[in-house]
Design a binder for this molecule. Sequence first.
Ligand code: 4AD
Ligand code: MG
Length: 479
Amino acid sequence: MQRTKVKDLLTGAEAGKDVLLKGWVRTKRGNKYVNFIAVNDGSTINTIQVVADANNFTEEALKDVTTGAAVSITGELVASQGKGQAFEVQAKTIEVLGKADPEAYPLQKKAHSLEFLREIAHLRFRTNTFGAVFRVRNTLAFAVHRFFNEKGFVYMHTPIITASDAEGAGEMFRVTTLDPINPPKTEDGQVNYSEDFFGKATNLTVSGQLEGELAAMAFSDIYTFGPTFRAENSNTTRHLAEFWMIEPEMAFYDLKMNADLAEEFIKYIIRYALENNREDIEFLGQRLTEEDKARPQNERQEMTLLEKLEFVVNNDFERVTYTEAIDILLNSSHYKKKKFQYEVSWGIDLQSEHERYLVEKHFKKPVIVTDYPKDIKAFYMRLNDDGKTVAAMDILAPGIGEIVGGSQREERLEILVERMKGVGIHEEDLWWYLDTRRFGGCPHAGFGLGFERMVQFVTGMGNIRDVIPFPRTPQNAEF
Ligand code: 4AD
Ligand code: MG
């Protein structure tokens, strides 16, 4: 007999037939006449109820059917008489494929805290919450490819090991095979990386953008979707040392076209998740609503998760320049009451409290902030005619802050070289990048969407560690 997934069993399409199901026991309850076993196989948030009649199954036969055990069950799929489910399985055979000692199995019926579940990340997939989160993550990843594929973008695999620091922030993990205790040295006592595996110092990439730009100069429209690494020592709910980023790069795009594409893209993948993971998102929404009830009235969310997502999909993002954003902050009562911890003045890097004020208090919707001061942005962003700002854009999302960072790129060779000098990047190291400005360069633009921050936004999960299967953060690389 062919196995049927729980999701398909629950549609009732096979009602009246014998079915084979496999999965993990969530609960078993019953009395001396009958036992009810709830089985989940990850195909849906819902479980299928299996009815094991005492006439067919002795207590002994069911003793290993405990929470967490893997089971294989045959029986007839029938309309359920009980409430809570439309269909159930009248068991004929039950085989335990893998026991889970009830004394030792860490997942109990009671709700566990997210912090505790993080410590048993190898088992947390089996909870309703993480089942829902990672099904939504999967759907979003698929939607990313679907969106760009429909638009004729070419998916580029940019390298993970690189010698360049695309963002120029110096937050890189070194990749080396040199002996850490006794590395070869140069005459002036530095580590001699010319003897290293690649003949030069290399790192894990912080971004695929620079290589993405090279490909865009041939395919017009490309995107990357891969892991990126940042050795920034930020222990926040928004930062990972290893995270996934989607980076489209488009030839012949200016900043406005770039922003339009980013907005369309974000709406598309949210809509796709709403259509394909409704039950999971509803479950996660209820979770948040429950959590919210514990908060004082004035700190509660104005919208449920579903309302928030529908709102974002159905409304235009706000667009302001950095200069306008600073003015809004300076004129806010929040500022006048000295409620910002960090200073506000033209030239500052917006802190997360500023970003959250703009999106959550002032505009109450996602905001695209453009044209930042050049000194706080990366060297590759196109210098505006004012000589002070660059054609940058950040997209800020309610509850998250920065979710996208992007820009129109500096296509003018002399200006680019000047900016590189200014931040201490050697021309020789990026000769290949500069070549695209020498040979058929053109106006182009792109952006990077932090995938985990996007998953946070759609699932409502407060901590980024709970939307990636095995988070990498300072002092933590377990599993
Ligand atoms: O703003 P960032 O640094 O931009 C770039 O890397 C550009 N090369 C993108 C481009 O134009 N192609 O990073 C882009 C996004 C951020 O907006 C944020 O969502 C996410 O990546 N991000 C992180 N997510 C999790 N943990 C971190 N440590 C992150 N750093 C950035
Ligand atoms: Mg950024």
